[in-house]
Design a protein around this ligand. Structure first.
Ligand code: BEZ
Length: 251
């Protein structure tokens, strides 16, 4: 068992098993409606696919991510990117917009995030984001928690999946005007079975037990999840629930 458990990012594995993340981010880019010449911060840019898309539209983009591997993958697309803690952004009034797709649930210091986003925006700038909301991946978390509990290991959710009312209050407390805030289920088809998802994203659970036990835990979770997340043709879905928002720093 490890004391400090972290998520490891492997851009090659991510590309193979999580390509759907950026694809499903397209409506978030639409909600942002980026305009050529705008300066946009992509918070939690991951491998930079959407960052590059906004750059191709003529925006001046900067990607930031806590993972050096992901920042390297973004730079490899020819897009500027920097390693940065999303809860401690170091910008002041520089951006027309802050964009974030499928990243904010990794940062539990949401007040730090919102204070930094607010500071990074020019007055009148917008914050457009989508991430996991209340109920997100609930079945997967339950299956992993149950498998770990059978080994005497209790792991509370490591992620931040807020209820919409609580997140609206947090946005307003940080000074934002909330324009759009939606909370909706988005069951998401997987390229393979749910095992690949758990191995790509589940280290904050699996990291609590010895690697020799990982296979058995994952097998138990897969078996427990099949009735809920696999259809009659054998296709797997992740029980995603999204929170999507557009908020403005008042002018
Ligand atoms: C998500 O995109 O909702 C997510 C991805 C990995 C772990 C937890 C949530």
């Amino acid at each position: 068992m490890t004391d400090t458990v972290t998520q490891h990012w492997d851009p090659d594995r991510y590309k193979r098993t999580a390509g759907f993340v950026a694809e499903l981010g397209a409506p978030v880019v639409e909600l942002l409606a980026p305009v050529a010449g705008e300066r946009i911060l992509d918070l939690g840019c991951g491998d930079g696919l959407l960052t590059a898309r906004m750059a191709a539209l003529g925006c001046e983009v900067l990607g930031v991510d806590a993972s050096p591997e992901m920042v390297a993958a973004t730079r490899a697309r020819g897009v500027p990117a920097a390693v940065m803690d999303g809860a401690n952004l170091g910008f002041d009034g520089e951006f027309d917009a802050v964009f974030s797709n499928a990243a904010l649930h990794w940062i539990t210091d949401y007040q730090g995030v919102l204070a930094g986003v607010y500071r990074a925006l020019r007055p009148g700038g917008r914050f457009v984001a989508e991430f996991g909301g209340q109920g997100n991946v609930a079945a997967i978390e339950r299956a992993l928690q149950d498998a770990l509990a059978r080994r005497g290991v209790e792991v509370p959710s490591p992620w931040f999946f807020p209820a919409p009312t609580a997140y609206r209050a947090a946005l307003e407390a940080a000074g934002f005007e909330v324009v759009v805030l939606e909370h909706f289920p988005r069951p998401t088809p997987q390229p393979g079975d749910i095992r690949a998802w758990i191995l790509t994203f589940g280290n904050l659970y699996l990291g609590h037990i010895d690697t020799s036990e990982h296979e058995a835990v994952v097998n138990e979770a897969v078996a427990a999840l099949a009735p809920e997340l696999r259809d009659t043709e054998g296709n797997w879905f992740v029980d995603y629930v999204r929170l999507r928002l557009r908020a403005v720093r008042p002018a």
